[in-house]
Design a binder for this molecule. Structure first.
Ligand code: T5A
Length: 204
């Protein structure tokens, strides 16, 4: 079972991914919690490169290639082997983030991104995706006090396009992508996520 969490900055998806990981652990399931960009040594190095601030300009297509390169390492070395061993894999961000940020956010060609994504994911697709949705202002306020990375520091309009992108993706794949109202408390949001998992037969 491959479950991904998606959403804008500060939506609370890392919090929910961790809660679900602990929930499966408590029930004795073999479960892997991982993230993108990152998850393996090489992919984490690419993450450092992508997220830090640079003096020189960062071309959107180069950014796209780096996210995809990191995903390639991650799928090959962690996600695929873990799924083959029967583990539940929970991933904080995956391919939908590339479509939302580099496609809807940066304006790169959506079809090209989908094609490149298919190459690096080697046919792996999430069984279920939770899109934790909050207004941009709520997300940015939640992360407001900490130092922002290169993507978090983008304009309000950029983050709005990304949010619209995620909702668009969800609208096109309603079976896989479940939109979760992320404005409630951590406990309320998690309760809803569990109810979806149970309803879909993924959890006892
Ligand atoms: N990216 C990524 C791309 O552009 N393309 C790609 O292909 C991929 C894979 C990753 C960046 O890279 C971009 C997207 C990102 O900009 P990251 O550090 O992983 O960088 O950033 P995020 O994934 O956005 O992680 P964040 O930690 O910023 O946000 P989360 O995961 O949405 O939020 P979370 O859970 O850490 O919570 C944020 C704060 O809110 C509180 C938490 O305690 C925390 O303080 N919180 C709540 N507060 C009130 N109510 C709730 N329900 C709350 N839930 C959490």
């Amino acid at each position: 079972m491959f479950i991904t969490f998606e959403g804008i900055e500060g939506s609370g998806k890392s919090t929910q991914a961790k809660l679900l990981y602990e929930w499966f652990l408590d029930r004795g399931r073999r479960v892997v919690l991982t993230r993108e960009p990152g998850g393996t040594e090489a992919a984490e190095r690419i993450r450092d490169l992508i997220l830090r601030e640079w003096e020189e300009s960062f071309p959107p297509f180069s950014e796209l290639c780096l996210y995809l390169a990191a995903r390639g390492f991650h799928v090959k070395n962690l996600i695929k082997p873990s799924l083959s061993e029967g583990a539940v894999v929970i991933c904080d961000r995956f391919s939908d983030s590339t479509l939302a940020y580099q496609g809807y956010g940066r304006g790169l060609d959506l079809e090209l991104i989908k094609k490149m994504n298919r190459e690096v994911t080697e046919g792996i697709k999430p069984d279920l995706t939770f899109l934790i949705d909050v207004p941009v202002e709520v997300g940015l306020e939640r992360i407001g006090k900490r130092r922002r990375d290169r993507i978090e520091g983008e304009s309000l309009e950029f983050h709005r396009r990304v949010r619209r992108g995620f909702l668009d993706i969800a609208g096109k794949e309603p079976e896989r992508v479940v939109v979760v109202d992320g404005t409630g408390s951590r406990e309320e949001v998690f309760k809803f996520i569990l109810s979806v998992l149970k309803e879909k037969g993924y959890a006892p």
